[in-house]
Structures are given as C-alpha cells and as structure tokens.
Design a protein around this ligand. Structure first.
Ligand SMILES: [Zn+2]
Length: 429
C-alpha cells in the first residue's frame, strides 16, 4: 500500500516535479539566503542556470560547517514570524545546527513520515509507541506528527522510562515501537528482568533509526524481540526522520524523491559516482521554504538503486547506512568502520550484541582495544573464542586488535536515552 501516487509514478513524471521544485528552491535560496547568494555569485552562477536536476552538479556543496558559520539562523530563507517550529541537531561537537519550519514545511515533513509508516506496514488501526526523544531532537515530534496524520494511535512516551515502556507495551498492546536499535535490545533485557518475553506480546514492528545498524544487528533485534525491524533515515538539516524508509520488502530505503533529491559522490573528489557504486550521500531539499538546502554533504555512505522495488514503488532506494565518512577509524595505516567490526563479532553465536572500541595512543603508536560481551550463561572456552574472533577480524578487516576483551554479559554500559556510543577515542588531537 502507498499513501501517495507519486511513490509509484513513472520516473518521467517524478522528474517533472523535481525540476519544477528545484527551480523554485534555487530561486528561494538565492533571493533570501545571503550564504547562497554569495556562493552563487562566487561561482559565477545565476538561479536561471539551474533548469533541471541535471544542472545540480554545477552547484557547490553545503556542509555542516556552513550551518555552523551562519549560526543560529543565517541559513533561514524566511523571517522568524513565518517559522512555527525550531529543532536542533544533537551537536556532539560545537554549536548545534538550528533548523526551522514554516507551516507548509511541517506539512511536508508530516506527510513524509506518514508515507514512511505506510511503507513499514503501519495502518490507522495500529498503536505506535514512540520511544524517540521529544524536544529539540527531531525524532520524537517527527514520528509523532506522522502517526497522527495517518490516524493511528500514538503513545508519546519518549526516551527512557524503560520499565514503563515495557508495561505500556503489555497494557496497551502496542503494535509498533519506534526507537534506536540499541534501545530495542536494552528494552528486551529490561523486559526479561521483569519476567516478560517481548516475543509473546502483540508488538510486530520496530521502526528504528538515528544510529547505524548492520544486518547482523538487525537480525539480533528481530529474533530477540520477535519483530520486523524497519530502518528509517533522516537528518535535521534536511527535515528530520522521514527522508527515506524501508518498505516491507526490506530491500533498501525508499527516498521520497519529490521532496528530497539524492546524489552519491566520491567523498574525496566530490564527483558523482557511477550508479550502484558506494559514496557519500548528498541531499537537496525540493519542498522546504524556511530552510532550503542545496547539495548537503550528509557524511553518510550509501549506494542508490533505481530499479522498481517489489512493493511497486518507483522512487529510488538507498542502502542502509552503516557508516559515516567521519566514522572511519584510521590506525597504523589500516582503515575500518565500526560497523565492520560489528558485522564480524555478531557472526559468533557466543557473542551478545554489545561491544565497544577503544582507541589509545602509547608513545607514538595507536592501539585498538575491542571489548565484546559474551552471551548470558556462556560456559565455553574464552581463549578458543578469542582466537576465532581474532582470526575472523584479521581475515575480513586485515587487522588484529591489540587487545580483545571478552567480558561477562551485562558488563558494557547500556544507553537508555539518546544515541549509543561505541567508539571511544582517547588519543586526543
Ligand atoms: Zn519497496
């Protein structure tokens, strides 16, 4: 089922909508945002030079530094009296990125999230327990407004309060839970301690986002909670959650291309990659008034697939994001992503889906320490398991950690609110 016919429209029709909306977005950005006027002028470009999405590659990129340099509202194209909502990025370093929405912008976002919910198999009769944080973070209110738009029932519990989350899953028979992947696992553990097996509850779908999630991690969640795990993607600079989502085929995330135009580039050169090749996702908003964004470098690595999906949707699918270009760990001439470590360690049945990576400097040498939890009640040989994990890491990632610690189940701190942290870099700058 689809919410809007544009989701299955012939690509030529979609293209027409994209070109019209892009021209309008470029005009709005140029006329109303000093940052864009200056970038265009410097590049010797006028809005009329952008007639279609084919012309996008002429434009310079927008980066997170540009948001920082224009903090707080320098990227806004409208006066504050037209803005009816403010959100902000989590801003792990420096100032957060402030974003704003007009009433029309909120309608676009709400519609994008409602489409995501329908793609994930959510219907008006469902009860959706929303465990994303409410507040400046876009997750909570973003999902909330989409659920209401669809006419389903939203439980706005927000993050944390895990025992109460479990009680509500039981008492209100929630059909759908929205949260981060790491929180889904934590919830299952708390439920266990309360003597409740989530697999016995009506809960059938978890819509998760805000953190990268590898395929083995998804499998763990699906098995442990007896659910279908659907990945949703978004970022506050573009809109918040709702830029793309998996459909029930779980074969890539459909991007709502009439609202957000995706490109994939080589992060080193900035050139577009061949279709199907991996690179950095770049997004252009096509229907936002308060904060039009042209060619935003997301830092997220993915590929695009333009084949029509089993579900009938014609809009492009992006790969599940398992790495950000910023997350690449460089140690002694070897690079790897934390998600690659995750994929390897979760292949082992003896290992629980909790791990951390510590990077330290000793003298001039970098050291990598990987800490992995054993499953509950592990009674095998740790030395043997350690050997097998090290061999596998060395075969797949061509590196062996300086230290591999196998620790008892429950030893690694769980994250109850916000995004999980798995990499701890103690090396300083
Ligand atoms: Zn699909």
């Amino acid at each position: 089922m689809v919410l809007d016919s544009i989701e299955t429209a012939p690509r030529e029709d979609l293209r027409q909508v994209q070109d019209d909306r892009l021209r309008e977005t470029v005009r709005n950005a140029y006329e109303n945002v000093a940052f864009y006027r200056e970038t265009f002028d410097e590049a010797g470009l006028a809005p009329a030079d952008v007639e279609s999405v084919d012309d996008l590659s002429k434009l310079p990129f927008t980066t997170k530094e540009d948001f920082r340099d224009t903090y707080p509202t320098g990227m806004f194209a409208v006066d504050m009296d037209e803005v009816i909502r403010i959100h902000a990025s989590s801003g792990t370093t420096g100032k957060p990125k402030i974003v704003g929405y007009t009433r029309d912008d909120l309608d676009v976002w709400t519609d994008a999230v409602a489409r995501c919910l329908v793609a994930a198999g959510v219907g008006p009769d469902d009860v959706v327990q929303n465990a994303y944080g409410y507040g400046l973070f876009t997750g909570g209110l973003g999902l909330h407004q989409g659920v209401e738009e669809l006419g389903a029932t939203v439980i706005p519990i927000g993050g944390g309060n895990t025992q109460r989350q479990v009680e509500l899953l039981v008492d209100l028979e929630s059909d759908v839970l929205t949260c981060t992947p790491s929180y889904a696992l934590y919830l299952a553990e708390v439920a266990d301690d309360m003597g409740i097996d989530i697999r016995d509850l009506p809960l059938r779908t978890i819509i998760f986002g805000a953190e990268p999630c590898t395929e083995p991690m998804r499998n763990e969640i699906e098995e442990r909670l007896g659910v279908t795990g659907i990945d949703i993607y978004g970022l506050s600079e573009i809109v918040g959650p709702g830029v793309s989502v998996e459909c029930e085929a779980q074969a890539g995330l459909h991007v709502w291309e009439d609202y957000f135009y995706p490109e994939v580039i080589d992060p080193a050169t900035g050139d577009p990659v061949e279709e199907g090749e991996e690179g950095e996702l770049v997004l252009t908003t096509l229907a936002k008034d308060a904060l039009p964004v042209l060619r935003y470098r997301t830092g997220d690595l993915t590929t695009l697939n333009y084949d029509t999906c089993k579900c009938g949707r014609t809009c492009v699918r992006m790969d599940n994001i398992t790495g950000r270009s910023d997350d690449l760990i460089l140690v002694r001439g070897v690079n790897f992503y934390p998600s690659e470590v995750e994929s390897v360690v979760l292949e082992f049945d003896e290992v629980a889906p909790h791990y951390r990576i510590d990077l330290r400097r000793e003298g001039s040498l970098d050291r990598v320490e990987i800490t992995v939890e054993l499953v509950e009640g592990f009674d095998g040989s740790s030395a043997d398991l350690e050997d097998r994990i090290e061999t596998r890491l060395s075969n797949v990632l061509s590196f062996t950690p300086d230290e591999l610690n196998l620790v008892a189940y429950g030893s690694i701190a769980r994250t109850e609110v916000g995004k999980v942290q798995r990499v701890y870099d103690h090396r300083g700058r």
